[in-house]
Write a protein that binds this ligand. Structure first.
Ligand code: CDP
Length: 230
């Protein structure tokens, strides 16, 4: 493989709704790489186990092992499929969001997801986002970024994302939901949400998305990653 096609992994972590997925998708496009969304896998397991009624069962781990989840390299991203279908926006349903942090705290779940992420990334150019991609999944990533923003701003963005009006009262309510999930994700024993020591932190509260993407692409280029133009 020539220098231009060299494989690499860029890891983008951060709290809920800090813009990781949008940023990762756009950075991947700019660098001719694939977006690998780790949160989507945790959501998919919460979604499937809720739908199929085994989320609280004793045999959760064996049901999980039998659940067919695949990631296929597609156009700019890895396409997720669970039992042969793409759950799409069903992964954003409030009942999935309400259970995803306890599902993702389970050792069996973390193992399955980590293996799938590593397998997908092998030999590819990948921009992955999540909570522990820079600390646990890809500790040797070529570039690590930790994105933050105030809870208020994250709540405002998430509401707009879902097509809701971000009025002051709704923002306060959404911010509380996001912060509760951040607490659960930061306090769990296995791979808690935290900035890797070698990650570059970017507070995006007052920075427009284009500038955040530009900054990460520039950092990537300084490390000679990717070939696309931006
Ligand atoms: O988009 P948002 O930041 O709200 O969430 P997400 O990235 O889709 O992640 C959903 C949930 O999956 C998080 O709240 C974590 O509980 C879990 N997660 C994780 O534990 N580790 C990751 N690398 C990614 C997500």
């Amino acid at each position: 493989m020539n220098e231009a096609g060299r494989s690499f992994t860029i890891a983008i972590d951060g709290p809920a709704a800090s813009g990781k997925s949008t940023t990762a998708r756009r950075v991947a496009a700019a660098l001719d790489a694939l977006h690998l969304n780790s949160g989507q896998l945790y959501r998919a397991i919460a979604w499937a186990s809720l739908r199929e009624g085994w989320i609280d069962d004793e045999d959760f781990d064996s049901r999980l092992r039998e659940l067919p989840i695949t990631l296929a390299a597609g156009d700019g991203r890895f396409e997720l499929s669970v039992r042969g279908r793409d759950p799409g926006r069903e992964l954003d349903a409030p009942e999935v969001v309400a259970r995803v942090s306890d599902v993702s705290a389970r050792a069996s779940v973390r193992e399955v997801v980590t293996d799938k992420l590593r397998e997908a990334a092998r030999g590819s150019r990948v921009v992955s986002d999540g909570r522990d991609v820079g600390t646990t999944v890809f500790p040797h990533a070529s570039l690590k970024v930790f994105l933050t923003a105030s809870a208020r701003e994250r709540a405002r963005r998430r509401l707009l994302d879902y097509g809701h009006e971000p009025d002051p009262e709704t923002i306060v309510r959404e911010a509380a939901v996001l912060e509760a999930r951040d607490r659960a994700d930061s306090m769990r024993e296995l791979s808690p949400l935290r900035r890797a020591d070698d990650a570059i932190e970017i507070d995006t509260t007052r920075i427009p998305p284009d500038r955040v993407v530009e900054r990460i692409v520039k950092l990537a280029r300084q490390r000679s990653l990717g070939t696309g133009s931006y």
